[in-house]
Design a protein around this ligand. Structure first.
Ligand code: TMP
Length: 248
């Protein structure tokens, strides 16, 4: 049944061979999956997409930074290891660039999909900037809230799944080819502050953020993610044309 099935969030794909026109009038649900590095966000976003697809929900998978042509170019720049000649990137500069990618994603992909009744699952969103550039790198949180407000026009996830795990475990999971500037050039103290930042965000917004232990196996985590999504969003997610696609 799958047609052009995606293998990563970077590919555009439709799972159902004959997509039907949207039948629901209401907006889709906006779900983000966030957390420290190595928590399995990409895998779990895909698994949640498949879970919702099986229930007949039309789903769009995307990621940050990325999900658009411009966003993927910014991703390359933001995640590239700094050359030895380059000065370290200023954290507010990082925050501006992540928010530039976010703005393009929201305008080009997320809002149109939600307006069309599609449920959007996004790997990382504005919480990542608060955790990494704010709690981790020290940019004042109020400045980051202001930037996010500009970038998103106030768009907030209906549900955020926080995949939590000790930073040593997460960093050890990364294959050498997947190591980003943040993993390679920031110390353990930075990553611990990032994790604590995510947990502080979750404590302050329990209605939106569900914390899931990401140290368990993939299937166990996927079951927990599916269960919390069903519990929290069931009334808001209307099964309709069964379709999963992803963007870059
Ligand atoms: P990932 O997509 O493999 O998780 O890599 C994205 C990296 O970018 C990750 O190390 C976290 C970092 N990041 C930020 O520092 N701020 C942000 O706003 C976002 C979206 C990501």
């Amino acid at each position: 049944m799958a047609q052009g099935r995606r293998t990563s969030l970077g590919r555009s794909t439709t799972l159902a061979p004959m997509p039907r026109p949207a039948t629901t009038a209401g907006p889709g649900a906006f779900i983000t999956i966030d957390g420290p590095d190595g928590g399995g966000k990409t895998t779990q976003a895909e698994r949640l997409g498949e879970h919702l697809f099986a229930r007949g929900v039309r789903v769009l998978l995307t990621r940050e930074p990325g999900g658009t042509w411009l966003g993927e170019r910014l991703r390359d720049v933001l995640l590239a290891r700094t050359s030895t000649a380059a000065a370290p990137t200023d954290p507010l500069t990082d925050a501006l660039l992540f928010n530039a990618a976010r703005r393009q994603l929201v305008e080009e992909v997320v809002r149109p999909a939600l307006d069309a009744g599609t449920t959007v699952i996004c790997a990382r969103f504005a919480d990542s900037t608060l955790a990494y550039q704010g709690h981790g790198a020290g940019v004042p949180l109020e400045r980051l809230h202001a930037l996010a407000q500009v970038a998103t026009d106030g768009l907030t996830p209906d549900l955020t799944i926080l995949l939590d795990l000790p930073v040593e475990t997460g960093l050890a999971r990364k294959a050498p080819g997947d190591v980003t500037r943040f993993e390679a050039e920031f110390d353990l103290g930075f990553h611990r502050r990032v994790r604590e930042g995510f947990l502080a965000i979750a404590r302050a917004d329990r209605d939106r953020v569900a914390v899931i232990d990401a140290t368990a196996g993939i299937d166990e985590v996927a079951a927990a993610v599916a269960s919390v999504t069903d519990d929290r969003l069931s009334p808001g997610i209307e099964p309709e044309s069964a379709r999963v696609r992803s963007t870059r």
